[in-house]
Design a protein around this ligand. Structure first.
Ligand SMILES: [Zn+2]
Length: 253
């Protein structure tokens, strides 16, 4: 209803900023603020449904234009809530999970993918196939990639923590070099990840617990180096008498 009215307003050539002022007057206006992050300044937008957008932009006017194109509604500059600033700056996964997100632009499948990505802890990564299997769509690996590429709230919903399993990090909504910067900043040993992936290593196992994990799982990082075994497949790990970790629920794809 409101949306229709706004479109009508546009057709009768409302004065610049008029739609935003109408929304502001009824308390529904979308707000945005500029936030500094490890990959530079990004614009963050939020409304009464939650956080709706995270976008890097060369300028405020470029952001406003891109925002209006994608979401078909205006946004006005606002004061960033302190909680939101803290979560963006810390990259804390548990805090990011507690925030509300406005994912109305996403399909049901895309929403499931993004909600699952939100579970990946800081400093860890999961393969695209992990998300596909976890959401009950094991064959939809490519569709998972497309859904992540369209993530309207990158950084907060950490799609940068989803990677390929062959030792390459894969694409990222905000750029491949930015993905490396973010993952290194979160403590992932990117060089080791790439080296092992290229060598076909998919899992690490602990010789003491007889449990195998995705290499970045925090359980595995606690294992002493001399007790760590590497496996190229789930079959290889199981044949050696190892069980899958209940925390990272390892998958090779
Ligand atoms: Zn694990």
């Amino acid at each position: 209803m409101l949306q229709t009215e706004l479109r009508t307003l546009r057709q009768v050539r409302a004065p610049e900023g008029f739609a935003g002022r109408v929304l502001a007057a009824v308390g529904l206006v979308e707000r945005y603020a500029l936030v500094e992050t490890p990959i530079g300044g990004v614009y963050v937008a939020w409304n009464e449904h939650g956080i709706s957008a995270v976008m890097p932009s060369a300028s405020e006017s470029a952001f406003r234009r891109r925002f209006a194109e994608r979401f078909e509604r205006p946004a006005e500059r606002g004061e960033l809530p302190a909680t939101l600033r803290r979560v963006i700056e810390s990259g804390d996964a548990a805090e990011a999970r507690r925030l509300r997100y406005d994912l109305r632009v996403c399909s049901e499948f895309e929403t499931a993918v993004l909600r699952k990505a939100l579970e990946i802890p800081r400093g860890q990564v999961r393969p695209y196939g992990w998300i596909a299997r976890e959401i009950g769509r094991p064959k939809a690996v490519r569709a998972v990639g497309s859904a992540l590429a369209k993530n309207p709230v990158p950084l907060l919903i950490p799609c940068h923590r989803v990677v390929r399993s062959d030792g390459t990090l894969g694409e990222y909504a905000l750029g491949a070099p930015q993905k490396v910067t973010l993952l290194k900043g979160e403590g992932l040993d990117v060089a080791r990840f790439e080296r092992e992936g290229r060598a076909g290593i998919r899992f690490h196992g602990s010789a003491t617990t007889k449990i195998f994990c995705l290499p970045s799982c925090s359980d595995m990082r606690r294992a002493k180096a001399q007790n760590v075994r590497t496996f190229r497949s789930e079959g290889e790990a199981r044949d050696a008498g190892y069980r899958p970790c209940k925390h990272c629920r390892p998958v090779a794809a």
